[in-house]
Design a protein around this ligand. Structure first.
Ligand SMILES: Nc1ncnc2c1ncn2[C@@H]1O[C@H](COP(=O)(O)OP(=O)(O)O)[C@@H](O)[C@H]1O
Ligand SMILES: [Mg+2]
Ligand SMILES: [Zn+2]
Length: 451
């Protein structure tokens, strides 16, 4: 075996034969680290390629379609929703998030329910087996089919897997695992890549489901795990939402399902609990009161409708140029809506600051919020209160006309479920028989309701 020295950027994975002060790829300074890697001979490279390439017998499409049915539900509702109904044999999942967000907790819960039907090998490079057992007891996870291994050497991990033959393999976390043939320390790009490569080459052909857990750094960059994104089938990011109360898991990539879905959890005594009534968390003020500058809307996160509270404040400016500030919502889109309002509606925004914000620290990008933004701004500008039982949803274009967003039916249902009395929506192709609908054609007709 021959070895060579390369310099790898620890931020983006760029490699160079010589040391550089600044990474030419991502422009980070002092991120190039010396790593010794194995120089592969041509034959070794060819052999390795055949390992990772996809190849299978020719199949009739009809027969192949039956594979689609082989979903393995985990029994954790929100997780199954996120993964479009469950896992698939041989699926490799990267579960990434900041330290302490709940990766190991969720993983142990998933291990618990998957172990009812399958053997699970839980490898931890961070905690001892007794620590994991302690957590399992606290979370009341049944672990008869879960094998624990506290290990950081990838060779020993693969050997343990060969012995215990799990159908689900968990690596917690990839940054703590090292490959003995490489001199760089655990967590460096080269180590992360090589260790993940070993795991994939071992697990893929056997149809083992693999979870690779990875820490992201404070600035949100997935230092090591970033290089894994193209190797795995599914990338799930853990994030906090609603000022740390909720934990949101999003799919950034999924070869086996949609990426628009999210899973919402909250941390409880038994670990992460499904949050099914998301609407309860994304509005702050009382729906029984009228308020100036507040408009409710129903946003959609994937296919989940969520009641969202848009707040607007229009006030005299103390600056040479009036300020336009948006929190949790796209500023450019808000500026477009403000321009449309000035043009089509009699509201005065000149020499006035406009602040627009989503309540509860929500961050949502959904054109259906447009009408609520406009309603909240008109309400604040004219100092006319809006009912707490009114909800506004629909896209607004630069010409001031309103148009339906996707999933209007589900949004209307959610609004009715929450007891909303007046539902302001754009005219729709199919007239709905639902009660409380008020059709709004454009900003001008919206403004007639706010005075
Ligand atoms: N013994 C415990 N009792 C109650 N809550 C705990 C306990 N241990 C951990 N937690 C909570 O679980 C959270 C998630 O921990 P963990 O799953 O280990 O995160 P990660 O693996 O992402 O670093 C912690 O931030 C903490 O709030
Ligand atoms: Mg952990
Ligand atoms: Zn770089």
């Amino acid at each position: 075996m021959k070895f060579k020295t390369v310099y790898t950027c620890q931020k983006c994975g760029f490699t160079s034969a010589k040391w550089l002060g600044q990474c030419p790829d991502c422009s980070a300074w002092n991120t190039m680290t010396e790593e010794v890697v194995q120089e592969e001979s041509k034959s070794a490279k060819a052999e390795r390629k055949s390992f990772t390439d996809f190849s299978s017998e020719m199949t009739k499409l009809k027969d192949a379609q039956s594979l689609e049915l082989a979903r393995i539900p985990t029994g954790i509702k929100e997780f199954d929703r996120l993964t479009s109904g469950g896992l698939v044999e041989g699926q490799i999942i990267l579960l990434a998030g900041a330290p302490g967000i709940g990766k190991s907790t969720l993983m142990l819960q998933l291990a618990g329910s998957l172990s009812r039907e399958r053997g699970v090998l839980y490898v931890s490079g961070e905690e001892s087996s007794s620590q994991i057992a302690g957590r399992a007891a606290r979370l009341k996870v049944q672990g008869d089919n879960i094998t624990l291994l506290s290990e950081t050497n990838i060779e020993n991990i693969i050997n343990a897997a060969k012995t215990s033959k799990p159908q689900v393999l968990i690596i917690d976390s990839i940054q703590t695992i090292y490959h003995p043939q490489f001199s760089s320390s655990a967590g460096t790009i080269a180590q992360v890549r090589e260790c993940a490569g070993e795991i994939l080459r071992y697990a893929k052909p056997k149809g083992i489901i693999v979870f690779i857990l990875g820490h992201v750094t404070k600035d949100g960059a997935l230092a090591g795990p970033k290089v894994l994104e193209h190797m795995v089938d599914t990338v799930l990011y853990f994030d906090t939402e609603r000022d740390n109360i909720l934990r949101m898991l999003r799919a950034h990539k999924n070869r086996f399902g949609a990426t628009s879905e999210t899973a919402l959890f909250k941390m409880g005594p038994l670990g992460l609990e499904d949050v099914e009534d998301a609407s309860a968390y994304f509005s702050q003020t009382s729906r029984t009161k009228t308020m100036t500058g507040r408009a409710f809307s129903v946003a959609a996160e994937g296919t989940r409708p969520i009641l969202t509270e848009v707040q607007a404040l229009v006030s005299p400016t103390h600056y040479p140029f009036p300020r336009r500030i948006a929190t949790g919502i796209d500023l450019n889109r808000c500026q477009m809506l403000l321009a449309a309002l000035e043009k089509h509606v009699n509201v005065n925004l000149e020499n006035r600051d406009v602040y627009i914000s989503l309540a509860g620290g929500a961050k949502i990008s959904d054109p259906a919020l447009d009408m609520a933004v406009c309603a909240a701004v008109i309400s604040s500008a004219r100092d006319k209160a809006l009912e707490g039982t009114s909800v506004f949803m629909g896209e607004v274009g630069i010409l001031g006309q309103a148009a339906p967003a996707y999933m209007m039916d589900r949004r209307i249902e959610e609004a009715l479920r929450l007891g909303m009395k007046k539902i302001f929506v754009p005219p729709m192709r199919e007239k709905s028989a639902k009660s409380g609908l008020v059709y709004i054609e454009d900003l001008y007709s919206l403004s007639l309701h706010i005075k």
